[in-house]
Write a protein that binds this ligand. Structure first.
Ligand SMILES: [Zn+2]
Length: 74
């Protein structure tokens, strides 16, 4: 996956409330909120949320854990 250049538009800010980083990635907001129910998001959340590197990493970590739990559950 190549990193996208920011030439076209201004970068979206990270959608997590209180975070001032630029969003590096975007994920479906439903999925994000399912994985991270305790995280407050900024006002206008569309179908996708934008995440900075560190918040994206947290999200990935969480979803990975859940996959691992699913695998262990049987
Ligand atoms: Zn962030």
């Amino acid at each position: 996956m190549a990193e996208r250049h920011r030439a076209r538009e201004e970068p979206e800010a990270c959608s997590v409330s209180g975070c001032k980083e630029d969003g590096e990635r975007s994920v479906a907001s439903k999925k994000y909120q399912a994985a991270m129910p305790g995280v407050a998001l900024k006002g206008e959340v569309g179908r996708r949320v934008h995440l900075c590197k560190s918040h994206y990493r947290e999200y990935r970590k969480k979803t990975k854990q859940e996959r691992d739990l699913d695998r262990a559950a049987w």
